[in-house]
Design a protein around this ligand. Structure first.
Ligand SMILES: C[S@@+](CC[C@H](N)C(=O)[O-])C[C@H]1O[C@@H](n2cnc3c(N)ncnc32)[C@H](O)[C@@H]1O
Length: 303
């Protein structure tokens, strides 16, 4: 077992204040701490259920609305890409800017070194310069170079928006974007046709189970020791893993027992109205772009 991964993971394990016998391990960076986890995530991205449900539509929304997304640009654009993963959302943006002769500075921020390198390599041909920041979102603000703020700044988190409680994430993104900056988020949308049960279908796959298991592996669990169930609760998808047997001493000391559940990932969902209302709480101006079926949104907020 890797001691650093164990220490970082167990530090984040907290009892669920709302539910006896449930423990939360839901800080999103725990899903991407090791290079193996980055590989497993790329496998999830290759599953039809996951990609077709909202990744593909998000890329299409961006491609169809580039002139509106990049309206009123003066000198150039700085794109702070919060967790680029494979940068399929940022690539159409930087390609569009390059074709129009608008200079772009690119700052990917990621806890995962492989994703940071992947993003930098793919985006570099289209931008003035790339400045990768290897950090977690929560502590990256001081590491963004000052030159970024000479251009119109876009702080884009894309679909990773769904993995954080908005009241914690949005102020952080606003701070990183700077006073004149713009914040770009994306979300799958709930509707009469996109029910909670349909949303869960993307998580009822072996690839999703294996991805959510990553933080548990850091705690010393082996595959098969926990029963997997994705559930919709508290306005979000939660990946639940129930312990079939007693855990090791370190977890026992924290009160974790056989039969208890550890939640390793959450992913919030909003209706279009809820998303608009949420943005109104934080920004003076907002624009929401939706996919033709109304199932996915990309939104920009600014003051
Ligand atoms: C789900 S992928 C999303 C990729 C892309 N932005 C999108 O919208 O599809 C999440 C990315 O964010 C990174 N990440 C997640 N939580 C993070 C955190 N707290 N700090 C830094 N990087 C994080 C992961 O390593 C990964 O590259």
């Amino acid at each position: 077992m890797n001691t650093d991964l164990f220490q970082e993971t167990i530090r984040c394990l907290k009892p669920d204040p709302k539910c006896e016998g449930v423990f939360l391990l839901i800080e999103p960076h725990l899903l991407y701490l090791s290079d193996e986890q980055a590989d497993v995530y790329l496998e999830v991205m290759e599953t039809e259920e996951y990609t077709a449900s909202f990744h593909g539509p998000t890329v299409e929304i961006i491609k169809s609305n580039l002139p509106a997304i990049f309206s009123d640009i003066e000198e150039g654009v700085s794109l702070i890409d919060m967790g680029p993963g494979y940068p399929d959302k940022s690539l159409p943006m930087v390609q569009y800017l390059k074709v129009r002769g608008i200079p772009c500075r690119y700052v990917p921020v990621d806890v995962s070194r492989p994703f940071l390198d992947l993003a930098a390599r793919h985006v570099e041909p289209f931008v003035e310069w790339v400045y990768p920041v290897h950090a977690i979102f929560e502590t990256c603000a001081d590491r963004i170079p000052a030159e970024v703020y000479q251009y119109t700044t876009y702080c884009m988190i894309g679909l990773t928006f769904m993995n954080f409680p908005p009241e914690i994430l949005v102020p952080l993104l606003q701070d990183i974007a700077g006073g004149d900056g713009r914040v770009v988020v994306a979300s799958e949308l709930l509707s009469d046709t996109k029910t909670e049960d349909l949303v869960l279908a993307a998580y009822r796959t072996e690839a999703a189970r294996a991805f959510g298991f990553g933080p548990l592996r850091h705690l010393g669990f082996r595959e098969g020791e926990l029963a997997y169930q994705p559930v919709f609760a508290n306005g979000r998808v939660e990946l639940h893993y129930r312990l079939e047997q007693a855990p090791g001493d370190a977890l026992q000391a924290l009160g974790v027992r056989a039969g208890h559940t550890i939640v390793t990932a959450v992913s919030y969902r909003y209706t279009e109205n809820q998303l608009r209302e949420l943005l109104r709480r934080y920004f003076k101006s907002q624009r929401v772009f939706t996919s033709p079926d109304g199932g996915t949104a990309v939104a920009i907020g600014w003051d």
